[in-house]
Design a protein around this ligand. Structure first.
Ligand code: PLP
Length: 452
């Protein structure tokens, strides 16, 4: 094989990394990962790392599942590819559509396949506008989403998202997309009780609908738990309120479950955790545990029926929509999640244990808030307690803590100065102990570096 230094040099010379300052990265040198097993990955230098971020919120069944590779190889041998464009399809694609209809809640019975979460969100922008237009309501065109939300990196995905840094590059958002403030309890002061804050945060949607005129609003889209910005866990009643408002003004409700789907919040879908009924749901990541690219949009009966009976030709699709190899891997991934009762174990056993250990990290002088739901959480780092303040030069302290964690063999992500947690769902209690201990140590080293 090629030695690590050569790989790093070639990487710096020829590979632009997403979401990176590539000049800084080239100086620092990338880490080359070579192998994974369960919750661990190894780099080319032989360092073992506990991956408390499941790759990118996605390796739900853990690394090294040979069954998934075997299923992919088998499907490639049988029929490596066919599309669904010309009145054809393949068995795994059909079986996966039916399986998703069974697994997703309520009447989300109709699947459209994409390669990624971004493409799933692109798909809904067009399909939802089309849904209204063919019913004689073309003015129902506007989407509402949240500031700081993340819905992907395509033009529509990044426009629906509310990341200011992304909007700056390339002149986004595209027209017809409006943002409201997210339910960010920590940032909003945290003084109201949960119920009241849930109502206040949801009312921002109603205010925006009334400002635009309900007859002009197509849909609201949101991540049930906002991931990339820092794991914002909304009050328990928030989504019920959002649903009530959407129904009142006949605005479609789209749940972006790209992170939350397939067990992350302790149920198969966060729509169950928060007990609400989306009309449309977007999926990716955990659908294959990241082993192969796949995304999906689930439409409910109402939307699918209008699209089928009035929509004419669905003028949308990808070469790899419903790719049989990806569908076969997704089916096997779902079988593993079901047969091994992985989500039930998270909900009843390892999840509560992780929550206890993670909340205990809130005792650290550097942690202003430790929040967690199921298998997703964050630590908000603060200069002093109990004030809800941020460090000046946001992001520096988070990166410092992330780097200390990495040096001691733990992968956590940092956004601003929040440390984000999203381990493989198969994490054991012993691994939770390791995670908690290494996180505490990284916090200690960070505090010492800051002279706290
Ligand atoms: N939606 C959410 C909530 C996400 O977190 C992501 C990716 O992190 C996406 C959409 C985009 O998915 P992808 O990166 O597969 O395009």
């Amino acid at each position: 094989g090629i030695d690590t230094t050569t790989l790093q040099r070639l990487d710096a010379a020829h590979h632009l990394h997403p979401f990176n300052d590539n000049a800084a990265l080239a100086k620092r040198g990338t880490r080359i990962l070579t192998r994974g097993e369960g919750c661990y990955v190894w780099d080319a230098e032989g360092n073992q790392l506990l991956d408390a971020f499941a790759g990118l919120w996605c390796v739900n069944v853990g690394y090294g599942r040979k069954e998934l590779g075997r299923v992919a190889a088998h499907q490639m041998d049988e029929l490596a590819y066919y599309n669904s464009f010309f009145q054809c399809t393949t068995e795994p694609t059909v079986r996966l559509s039916a399986k998703l209809a069974e697994l997703t809640p309520h009447d989300l019975n109709h699947a459209f396949f994409t390669n990624s979460g971004s493409e799933a969100n692109d798909t809904i922008l067009r399909m939802v506008r089309h849904f209204w237009a063919v019913q004689g309501k073309p003015e129902k065109f506007n989407f509402i989403s949240r500031h700081d939300g993340y819905h992907g990196s395509t033009v529509a995905g990044a426009s629906l998202g509310g990341m200011k840094g992304m909007h700056k590059q390339g002149g986004l958002p595209i027209p017809g997309i409006h943002h409201i403030d997210p339910p960010y309890w920590f940032g909003d002061g945290g003084e109201m009780d949960e119920e009241e804050y849930g109502r206040v945060a949801a009312k921002r949607l109603e205010d925006k609908i009334l400002e635009l005129g309900p007859e002009n609003v197509a849909a609201f889209i949101g991540e049930p738990v906002m991931g990339a910005i820092g794991v914002y866990i909304p009050p328990r009643n928030y989504w019920k309120e959002i649903e009530r408002i959407c129904r009142q003004y006949d605005v479609l409700l789209v749940a972006d479950e790209v992170i939350c789907g397939f067990g992350r919040t302790g149920n198969w879908f966060a729509a169950e955790t928060f007990d609400f009924r989306p009309d449309v749901m977007t999926l990716a990541k955990g659908i294959t545990s990241g082993y192969i690219p796949l995304g999906a949009v689930m439409f409910n009966d109402r939307v699918a029926e209008v699209l089928a009976t009035k929509g004419g030709e669905l003028a949308h699709g990808y070469t790899y929509s419903g790719h049989p190899v990806c569908a076969a891997v997704a089916l096997e991934n779902i079988r593993i999640l079901q047969d091994e009762k992985i989500i039930e174990t998270c909900r009843n056993d390892t999840g509560p244990y992780l929550a206890e250990k993670w909340k205990a990290l809130g005792e650290h002088p550097l942690v202003g808030e430790a929040r967690i739901l199921g298998m997703v959480g964050a630590l908000e780092l603060v200069p002093r307690k109990p004030a809800r303040e941020y460090f000046p030069d946001r992001g520096r302290v988070g990166q410092m803590c992330r780097d200390f964690a990495l040096r001691s063999g733990l992968i956590l992500r940092a956004t601003n100065d929040a440390m984000l947690l999203s381990p493989p769902l198969v994490i054991t209690k012993a691994q939770v102990d390791e995670l908690a201990e290494k996180t505490w140590r990284a916090l200690d080293l960070t505090a010492r570096e800051l002279g706290m």
